[in-house]
Design a binder for this molecule. Structure first.
Ligand code: PEP
Ligand code: MN
Length: 337
C-alpha cells in the first residue's frame, strides 16, 4: 500500500500516520521526495483497509503497490539509492570501479594486482576466497586464509573489499573480513543466503543469475531488503544464450530497464559477461554510457598463471587504458569516480 500525503502535511500528521501503521502490525517506509512525501506499507495487506487510513488528516490518497518487488521498486522509493562501501559511494552520480583477480591466490600476487588497479583508478578491490567452480576438481579458493589476505591488502591500499559468500554458514566469516558481500550468479536465488545477508547491514553485490529475468533479480533483491538491509547493489553479468562466441550474452538493456523499475544502483560486469579481454573495454564503456553506476572487471598480472578465469582477465596495463576512457566518459554522463 502507498499512502500519498498532502503537499502541506505537518510532521505531527506524518507521525500519526506512522503510529497507526505500527498499530496495525505493519512496517512503514517513509520516502520524502522533492514535492511529495509518501509512506509505503509492507506486510499482509489484508490487515489494512484503505478507507480508514484515507480518513487520517494529512493523507491524500491510499493506493496499492502494483509491482511484486515492493521495497526494491520505485513506487515507494523514488530517489536513487546510494550505497556506501567504506568511503566509496555507489549510485546517484557516484560510480564504483571494482577490480581485482577472480580468485585470491596468495598475499603477494594480490598485493601486486591491488597496487596496479588502485594506481589506475579502481576504488574497490575484488577477489574470491570461496569460488563457485563448475568442476569440483578446480581450485576452490583459499577460504579464511584468503579472506585475511584480502582484508590486509585492502587496508594497505586503502580500498574497501568485496568477496563472494556462497553459503549462509559462511556469512559471519565473510562479514568479519570484507566490506561488501558478493552473492554470485549461481546463488542469486539461494533464498536462505539472501535472508542471511539481509540480516546484516553490510552492502551486498547481487549478481544476476545466468537464466534469471530482470524481475527475478529484483525479487531476489527484495529478499535482502525485506530483512532490513537496504544496501543492495545489482550487477548485470550476462545471461545464457545460443551465442557461443562469448561466455554469456550481456544484456545491456538491463541497466536502463532496472533504472526505470528500481531505485537500487546497478553495475555491469563485462568480464563474466563476455569472457573475452578483447571485448571487455568496449562493453565497460558501453555500460557507463548506458547509465551504469559502476563496472566490475577481473584483472590479473599474469593471466596464464591465474587459478581461475585466467582467459578473461584483463592485464593491468589494459585496465589502466580502460580507466582513462572511463574517466572521460564519466564526465560526459555527469558521474564522478
Ligand atoms: C565472480 O565474480 O568471480 C563470479 C564467479 O561471478 P558470477 O557469479 O557472475 O559468475
Ligand atoms: Mn571470475
Amino acid at each position: 500500500m502507498i499512502i500519498v500525503l498532502r503537499p502541506n502535511v505537518t510532521q505531527g500528521e506524518i507521525d500519526h500516520v506512522i503510529e497507526r501503521i505500527h498499530e496495525l502490525g505493519l512496517k512503514p517506509h517513509l520516502s520524502k521526495g522533492e514535492h511529495r512525501t509518501i509512506i509505503g506499507v509492507i506486510g499482509d495487506e489484508n490487515k489494512i483497509r484503505a478507507e480508514p487510513l484515507q480518513a487520517i488528516a494529512g493523507v491524500e490518497q491510499v493506493l496499492p503497490i502494483l509491482k511484486p518487488f515492493k521495497l526494491a521498486g520505485r513506487e515507494i522509493h523514488q530517489a536513487d539509492t546510494v550505497v556506501q562501501v567504506g568511503r566509496v559511494r555507489i549510485g546517484g552520480t557516484a560510480m564504483a570501479m571494482i577490480a581485482g583477480p577472480c580468485a585470491i591466490e596468495g598475499a603477494e600476487i594480490l598485493d601486486t594486482i591491488a597496487g596496479l588497479v588502485k594506481k589506475a583508478g579502481a576504488n574497490i578491490l575484488r577477489g574470491g576466497a570461496f569460488k563457485p567452480r563448475t568442476s569440483p576438481y578446480s581450485f576452490q579458493g583459499l577460504g579464511e586464509e584468503g579472506l585475511k589476505m584480502l582484508r590486509d591488502v585492502g587496508q594497505r591500499h586503502q580500498m574497501p573489499t568485496v568477496t563472494e559468500v556462497m553459503d549462509p554458514r559462511q556469512a559471519p566469516l565473510v562479514d568479519r573480513y570484507a566490506d561488501m558481500f558478493q552473492v554470485g550468479a549461481r546463488n542469486m536465488q539461494n533464498f536462505d543466503l539472501l535472508k542471511e545477508v539481509g540480516q546484516t547491514r553490510k552492502p551486498v553485490l547481487l549478481k544476476r543469475g545466468m537464466s534469471a529475468t530482470v524481475k527475478d533479480l529484483l525479487m531476489s533483491a527484495e529478499y535482502i531488503l525485506a530483512e532490513g538491509n537496504p544496501n543492495v547493489v545489482l550487477c548485470e553479468r550476462g545471461v545464457r544464450s545460443f551465442e557461443d562466441s562469448t561466455r554469456n550474452m550481456l544484456d545491456m538493456s538491463a541497466v536502463p530497464n532496472v533504472k526505470g523499475l528500481s531505485h537500487l544502483p546497478i553495475i555491469v560486469d563485462p568480464s563474466h559477461a563476455t569472457g573475452r579481454p578483447d571485448l571487455i573495454p568496449a562493453m565497460a564503456c558501453a555500460a557507463v554510457a548506458a547509465g551504469a553506476d559502476g563496472v566490475h572487471v577481473e584483472v590479473h598480472s599474469c593471466p596464464e598463471k591465474a587459478l581461475s578465469d585466467g582467459p578473461q582477465a584483463l592485464l593491468p596495463a589494459r585496465f589502466a587504458e580502460l580507466m582513462d576512457r572511463i574517466r572521460k566518459l564519466a564526465e560526459v554522463v555527469c558521474k564522478t569516480l
